[in-house]
Design a protein around this ligand. Sequence first.
Ligand code: 13P
Ligand code: SF4
Length: 319
Amino acid sequence: MNEQQQNPIDPELDPVAEIQRLRRELNAVILAHYYQVPEIQDLADFVGDSLALSQRAAEVEADVIVFAGVHFMAETAKILNPDKQVLLPDLAAGCSLADGCPPDEFAKFLARYPGHKVISYINCSAATKAQSDLICTSGNALKMVQSFPESQPLVFAPDQFLGAWVGRQLGRDLVLWNGSCEVHEDFSEDAIVQLRVEHPDAVVAAHPECPERVLQHADHVGSTTSILKYARETEAQKVIVATEAGILHQMQKENPDKELIPAPGMDETCNCNECPYMKLNTLEKLYLCMRDRTPEIVVDPAEAERALVPIRRMLELSS
Ligand code: 13P
Ligand code: SF4
């Protein structure tokens, strides 16, 4: 029986007030991704995309980092802060991109491409990062690829759709690992076309983790932060949003008068535009992880040291 089962939440407790108390007591900072449930986004110290979260994690002064996101994000924060405690509300909050790139298979794959430099999307494990020359996020992928001369052959992993989009934008031929995000690969092209017909005055914003068949219908393609910026700046009053539905919370707050239309997944009977891993984190689990100071992220120190090199390089190139 684990600590949380032994000590369940007292139903009288207000988890928000308790989280505020524990944040002070632990000298903790709460970092959250835009895909988290609204109540977590609203009490976080900082909400951002993967790039901003890693930049913020690199500057944390608090003793404890509570990461309301998925495992690779918390792991990156731990690599950047080996001496701090990093907590994740639910250790099962993984990512299909990270899980779809097992480090030993990745090593065998890379052996087939001697002379190539390796750019890995931040959505991968520490062990995959440790085999990479440079990390990127969707917010800086174009810039990171451009940091290598055109003559330099490149492997891009693990997201084939982000890699293919970058390749198309820059006219570069990248060797791609064939991973994908299970949420973004599932958006329905037919449904987006149908929404455009029903709302001819709407614009479409999509995340580059979506396949080309979806991206070809987008007026704007970019990271969650850039999609939010686009929604603020577009003169259109309706925005069809092809990324994880958690972003709508922040977007609606910033654009109270605009109509935001979430693009649906291929199976209209499920909430397929919600990331099942991001949504494992709840307010209650956030409270429990701070109360019990577990689950804690642990990274092998030697692996963390190797993974830190391409992460630091990305941060330097992005500043
Ligand atoms: P960004 O917030 O960097 O756009 O990433 C999206 C995502 O899928 C994170 O898991
Ligand atoms: Fe991974 Fe996709 Fe979920 Fe982001 S939305 S954490 S890329 S599975």
